[in-house]
Write a protein that binds this ligand. Sequence first.
Ligand code: SF4
Ligand code: SF4
Length: 73
Amino acid sequence: MSKKMKLHLIEGERCKSCGLCVAACPRQTLGIGANLNRQGYAYVVQVAPEKCIKCNICRIVCPDVAIGVIQAS
Ligand code: SF4
Ligand code: SF4
């Protein structure tokens, strides 16, 4: 995958704090954050973005389509 690919949490409001992406990430780059979204869920944040290998697994496993991996400009 291109090194220009960059991970973004595109919809924190969609996150239900299930932790699937945190468990699935092979580089432990994701974590449940301290802030709550409007639904009252603590949403996921990147805790070590420099470790991300852009494998896309987090996006695939998220049942709420809260994560996107998009092309950086
Ligand atoms: S793209 Fe891969 S390495 Fe990066 S946060 Fe998602 S699961 Fe982890
Ligand atoms: S898999 Fe999706 S809904 Fe679950 S914690 Fe991760 S971003 Fe949130």
